[in-house]
Every structure is written in structure tokens, then in C-alpha cells.
Design a protein around this ligand. Structure first.
Ligand SMILES: Cc1cc2nc3c(=O)[nH]c(=O)nc-3n(C[C@H](O)[C@H](O)[C@H](O)COP(=O)(O)OP(=O)(O)OC[C@H]3O[C@@H](n4cnc5c(N)ncnc54)[C@H](O)[C@@H]3O)c2cc1C
Ligand code: SF4
Length: 317
């Protein structure tokens, strides 16, 4: 294939779309691979609610892999497992951050026809330690039964963090929960995420998944409250698989300009805020540290704006 193709798409099964972060592309690709006897590697929670990479042979278990988890996933010895399956001629699909895909390719050392690589547009991943601290502080010893970072009860764009425990259900919109605020303001991303070496690099994956942010303005007739995906297909192998599942979607080819118009993260790294140092040098709970980091950040922004205004006024005088 001589160029990457971009599509707006939404899975026609509304239940799949609701459980997925955007339009449910991951589920359709994974379902196809497993149904042909393949194996899928992706991120899920373990029994301590840490995010870990693991594998799935069974369509009924795909639900554990669906949805974005906003913490860096632990890879463990998953690359070894991927390689042994590839060498046994099994179809393998691996989903991960662009840097995890880069690491896997380096480890494998050469291309495999039976490997499908899926990455996503990546805002960056938060420190797993901050995630674990937050959970312990908020939920103490309650038994957690379910976590969704992208609950769509109030819609795909107004998503919430939802945590169901044996004692209560916690649900807060992304701009009301302190962990999500810290994540979205880039307070505790991994240091490499602020200078991501994979932004703007020629893609080595077969697919890149993303949210189609701005679809309501760019392609208003395509907007859907329960989620719209942006799908990039980079390779012939990817295109063959996309053609097999495409009928499960309402989809439309879009230009690169349309696809990237409101998705700055696709080509540039998240900015390291001054609040990051404040967060990591302050004692206390995650909540109080995010409050302090974002308050200081807020005032720094105000001072910067005032200084700029003042300079403009002096020039006028
Ligand atoms: C940390 C993170 C940051 C993201 N940032 C952006 C962004 O800024 N802009 C944007 O447009 N899209 C971003 N995405 C991608 C987007 O949120 C959706 O994941 C993507 O559109 C796929 O949605 P889906 O509905 O097809 O499938 P989903 O069912 O949502 O698929 C989720 C897939 O992602 C994998 N995954 C989940 N969490 C992790 C993790 N922590 N590490 C590695 N793999 C994981 C799962 O294994 C699964 O394969 C991000 C995703 C993650 C995980
Ligand atoms: S932003 Fe870059 S370095 Fe950070 S997790 Fe994503 S791909 Fe890796």
C-alpha cells in the first residue's frame, strides 16, 4: 500500500460501542483473529487492578481487554509469549502503545506474516504507582468489582471514571475526578511521553486506532453520542483484515486533514507542565497533590498571561 488510509467508523452493534472507548474497532479486529484460531495480546486489569499485558484465546474474554486503561501497562514476559506463538505459526494480534510496538519489533528482529500490530494515538501513560496510590486512598479495603475509565453513561465525549465496589459505586466525569484531571493535565505521565520518539514517525503498525475528536464539526452527519473511531490502515495486511470486518461498521473514508484536524496528540507530544514537579515533590494523597499541582499551574498561567499583556501595553505606550 503506498499510503495510509483513514476512516471514520462506528461498530453497528451498539453494545460493543458502549463498552469500547470510541467506536469499537478493537473488538471487531480481535474477534476476527480469534475466530480464525489466532491469539490476541492487549492490556487488561489483574486481580490488584494493575494494568498488565496479557493474552486472549477466547472471544468471551475479550471484554476484559476492551476500553482504554489510563496507566502504563506492565509487559512482563509477554514478548516471549508473542514470539513463541508466531514461531508456532499461529496468527497473533498485538495491541499496545506505539513505544510498546517499537519495543516488540526490536525484540522480534524480523517481520512475521502472521503478526498484526495495532497501536493507538497516544496521549501518554500515567505512572502505575500513582494509579495504585489513588485506588488505595479512595477505596481502602473495599472489594473492587469493576473499573471503567471511559464510562459512556453521559456520552462518549463526556465520559466518566466509574468504579464499582462491594460498598459503593463511584462515578465522576473526567473533569471532576482528581486522578483523571491529573492525567488530562499531563501531571504524571511517564517522562518519555513528554518527548515521545514515536510522534510523526512512519508507522510500523498495521493499524492505528483513535477517537474521532471533533467529528461533530468535521463530519456532523456521522456524529454518534456513543462513540466514533478514527481508524488508520497502514499496510496491505491491515487492509485485508479491515475488509473482512468492515461490514460490521458504518464507515467513511476521510482525508488526512480531516482526520488530524482536532487530534493534535497524533503528531505532537503532550506538554510537560510545571505542575509535574509540584506533584512529585509534595507529600499527601494523589487528590491533594493534583489540587496543589493544578492550582500552582493555574496561577503560573495567569501570571504569564498578565506579563504578556503588560508587555503589549508597554509597546503601545
Ligand atoms: C493510555 C491511552 C491514551 C490514549 N490517548 C488517546 C488520545 O490522546 N487521542 C486519541 O484519539 N486516542 C487516544 N487513545 C486511544 C483511544 O482512547 C481508544 O483506545 C482507541 O480509539 C480504540 O478504541 P476502540 O473503541 O476501538 O477499542 P477499545 O475497546 O477501547 O480498545 C482498547 C484497546 O487498547 C488497549 N489498551 C487499553 N489500555 C491500554 C494501555 N494502558 N496500554 C496499552 N494498551 C492499552 C487494550 O488492550 C485494547 O486492545 C488512547 C488510549 C490509551 C490506552
Ligand atoms: S506517548 Fe509515546 S512514550 Fe508515552 S506511552 Fe505513548 S508512545 Fe510511549
Amino acid at each position: 500500500m503506498d499510503k495510509t488510509m483513514a476512516y471514520a467508523c462506528k461498530n453497528i452493534d451498539s453494545e460493543i460501542r458502549l463498552k469500547s472507548s470510541s467506536g469499537g474497532v478493537f473488538y471487531a479486529l480481535a474477534d476476527n483473529v480469534i475466530s480464525q484460531g489466532g491469539i490476541v495480546f492487549g492490556a487488561r486489569f489483574n486481580e490488584k487492578w494493575e494494568v498488565v499485558h496479557s493474552c486472549c484465546y477466547n472471544v468471551s474474554e475479550l471484554k476484559y481487554f476492551m476500553g482504554s486503561k489510563y496507566a502504563q501497562s506492565q509487559l512482563g514476559n509477554v514478548f516471549l509469549h508473542v514470539k513463541s506463538n508466531l514461531n508456532n505459526n499461529r496468527q497473533v494480534m498485538f495491541v499496545g502503545t506505539p513505544c510498546q510496538i517499537g519495543g516488540l519489533l526490536k525484540y522480534l528482529g524480523h517481520e512475521y506474516d502472521n503478526l498484526i500490530l495495532v497501536d493507538f494515538v497516544c496521549h501518554g501513560v500515567p505512572s502505575p504507582k500513582v494509579w495504585q496510590n489513588y485506588l488505595h486512598e479512595m477505596f481502602d479495603d473495599s472489594e473492587i468489582n469493576e473499573i471503567s475509565f471511559r464510562d459512556k453513561t453521559e456520552g462518549w465525549q463526556r465520559y466518566s471514571l466509574r468504579i464499582v465496589s462491594d460498598k459503593f459505586t463511584y462515578q465522576k466525569k473526567k473533569n471532576e475526578d482528581w486522578y483523571m484531571k491529573g492525567f488530562l493535565k499531563n501531571i504524571y505521565l511517564r517522562p518519555s511521553c513528554y518527548e515521545c520518539a514515536f510522534k510523526g514517525k512512519v508507522k510500523e503498525s498495521d493499524f492505528t486506532l483513535a477517537d474521532f475528536w471533533g467529528v461533530e464539526e468535521i463530519l456532523p452527519e456521522f456524529y454518534d453520542k456513543s462513540g466514533v473511531s478514527l481508524l488508520f490502515v497502514h499496510s496491505e495486511k491491515g487492509m485485508n483484515l479491515w475488509r473482512l470486518v468492515q461490514e460490521q461498521f458504518v464507515s467513511q473514508e476521510v482525508s488526512m486533514e480531516m482526520a488530524l484536524e482536532k487530534n493534535r496528540v497524533a503528531f505532537s507530544s503532550s506538554v510537560r507542565p510545571s505542575g509535574r514537579n509540584v506533584f512529585f515533590s509534595t507529600m499527601g494523597t494523589v487528590q491533594t497533590r493534583v489540587k496543589k499541582a493544578t492550582e500552582d499551574y493555574f496561577w503560573l498561567k495567569v501570571i504569564k498571561k498578565l506579563r504578556k499583556l503588560f508587555r503589549i501595553e508597554r509597546k503601545r505606550v
